[in-house]
Write a protein that binds this ligand. Structure first.
Ligand SMILES: *[C@@H]1O[C@H](CO)[C@@H](O)[C@H](O)[C@H]1NC(C)=O
Ligand SMILES: *[C@@H]1O[C@H](CO)[C@@H](O)[C@H](O)[C@H]1NC(C)=O
Ligand SMILES: *[C@@H]1O[C@H](CO)[C@@H](O)[C@H](O)[C@H]1NC(C)=O
Ligand SMILES: *[C@@H]1O[C@H](CO)[C@@H](O)[C@H](O)[C@H]1NC(C)=O
Length: 189
């Protein structure tokens, strides 16, 4: 009986230890990691977002604004559509792993606050065809900000999570910006 108990304890401990191990690397990508924790799969992603309002190949277009927007220091009411490349590194010529598509709107009257309604869709490795949806306020002038991830498709079905983002590079004249994303997503096993 005592031996059986020890066996059970060992079996449970080993199962638990196995569950905490990283996933066997099937066809993983360099910019994402997956770890199983009990009933959840935690995926961490690192990539760069290139937003180019002006220049030769703009990635955004302003689609609407309010009657007072031109007189607002924060361009309150300006709505912009984006289709921005996501790359593995900060260099715009590094490998493209997906695109961020959606809208941001100036939602702060006193200070710059962008409401982000954006789908991040991936095209690389096992994440090809998967996406997550971000819906959050972006205090874009703060060096580091956090935004909420509210859902997803493919490998990100039933996703919840957050993105911690940092401005990597900003061209004050064009408004072109490169932002580093550290994303944590929980899905179910
Ligand atoms: C706001 O400014 C832009 C660019 O200067 C101009 O094209 C537009 O007509 C202005 N809109 C309003 C509502 O004044
Ligand atoms: C914008 O401000 C200018 C001067 O500050 C004013 O003459 C103009 O009427 C304002 N425009 C609107 C649309 O409020
Ligand atoms: C991603 O999936 C699409 C549709 O299945 C396919 O056409 C494309 O070649 C894939 N891209 C990569 C990089 O695997
Ligand atoms: C993102 O993660 C990297 C590697 O862990 C870290 O060096 C960097 O500081 C993180 N960035 C933010 C904005 O947290």
């Amino acid at each position: 009986m005592a031996r059986l108990d020890i066996f059970l304890v060992l079996a449970i401990t080993c199962t638990w230890a196995a569950a905490a191990q990283p996933q066997p690397n099937d066809d993983e990508v360099t910019w994402a990691k997956r770890v199983e924790t009990g009933t959840q799969l935690i995926t961490t992603l690192q990539f760069y977002f290139h937003d180019n309002p002006r220049g030769q190949n703009p990635t955004t277009t302003n689609i609407a604004q309010g009657p007072q927007t031109n007189n607002s220091s924060t361009l309150f009411g300006l709505l912009t559509m984006l289709d921005d490349p996501l790359t593995v590194g900060p260099d715009p010529s590094s490998k493209v792993v997906g695109r961020a598509r959606g809208l941001y709107g100036s939602a702060g009257q006193m200070e710059l606050r962008l409401i982000m309604v954006v789908s991040y869709g991936f095209t690389d490795g096992i994440y090809n065809g998967s996406s997550f949806s971000l819906l959050s306020i972006n205090p874009a002038l703060q060096p580091v900000r956090e935004m909420a991830i509210v859902g997803g498709t493919g490998l990100f079905r039933l996703a919840s999570g957050y993105a911690v983002v940092r401005t990597y590079w900003l061209d004050a004249t064009t408004g072109n910006v490169i932002t580093g994303y550290n994303v944590t997503i929980a899905t179910y096993l």
